[in-house]
Design a protein around this ligand. Structure first.
Ligand code: F6R
Length: 242
């Protein structure tokens, strides 16, 4: 695992956008694994800017999002569908049929999860997986636990995550308590993983994912076993690394 410690959130965003852009330039048919949340917003803004300046073309790119809330309609402003359309997809020339986000409204969730995995496989696997990290060390919505899911599954969110993410909802009660998320193996199969973290509130999670031990109570720590994983973090998030 390579760790890049940069000065600011802007630098994180810039570096991440350049990594994604260079991948798309090298292979216009790249398959991207995408994250939501606060952290990748700056990266998406830069990618949109590069698209507008004709530096990159998304017409043949395929994307798979990590997760979506369970039983939250796509139109809900708190949904990850809504987030991705507003913050990224509506501003680039990606084909709608190449966008994949788990359907949190699916009647048959198990089928939805199985099919999501198949779609990733059929696309040839993920070339670059962008990740954020929860303050509790989750990646995707793989929450700290004794047993972690290998493949895409329905997850019960922990109190910590509900607390952290309720900021995206008007009322705390509006925040869903379950989500569909790619599993640990789905993430580990990506050819390259790029994890972004900014701010002191991520310092403990970053310490626990880089300490040389894999612990399912720190799901991100599994990334230490990935062959091609890089962390792009700011000084505050790097504060506790030994
Ligand atoms: C989002 C996701 C989550 C977030 C994590 C950090 O799709 O899968 O793992 O990356 O919760 O969120 P932020 O960036 O809001 O701190």
């Amino acid at each position: 695992m390579k760790i890049y410690i940069v000065d600011s959130y802007d630098k994180i965003s810039e570096k991440a956008a350049l990594i994604v852009a260079s991948r798309i330039i090298a292979n216009p048919k790249s398959v991207l694994g995408l994250a939501t949340g606060s952290t990748p917003i700056g990266m998406y803004e830069r990618l949109i800017d590069m698209y507008k300046r004709n530096v990159i073309d998304f017409s043949q790119v395929t994307t798979f999002n990590l997760d979506e809330y369970y039983k939250l309609p796509k139109e809900n402003e708190g949904s990850y569908h809504y987030y991705m359309m507003q913050r990224f997809f509506n501003h680039i020339n990606i084909s709608k049929e190449n966008i994949h986000i788990p359907n949190g409204m699916a009647d048959d969730v198990e089928k939805e999860c199985r099919e999501y995995e198949k779609k990733i496989e059929k696309a040839g696997g993920i070339d670059i997986q962008i990740l954020g990290i929860g303050t509790n060390g989750h990646i995707g919505f793989n929450e700290p636990a004794e047993n972690l899911n290998t493949t895409t599954s329905l997850i019960n969110l922990t109190g910590n995550t509900i607390e952290d993410n309720s900021r995206f909802f008007e009322k705390r009660e509006d925040m869903p308590t379950k989500a569909i998320s790619m599993g640990i193996a789905s993430i580990m199969k990506a050819k390259r993983v790029v994890l972004l973290a900014s701010g002191e509130n991520k310092a403990r999670a970053i310490r626990d994912m880089t300490n040389g031990y894999i612990n399912t109570n720190h799901p991100a720590s599994i990334l230490q076993a990935h062959r091609n994983c890089i962390l792009i973090i700011d000084k505050d998030a790097a504060k506790l690394i030994e």
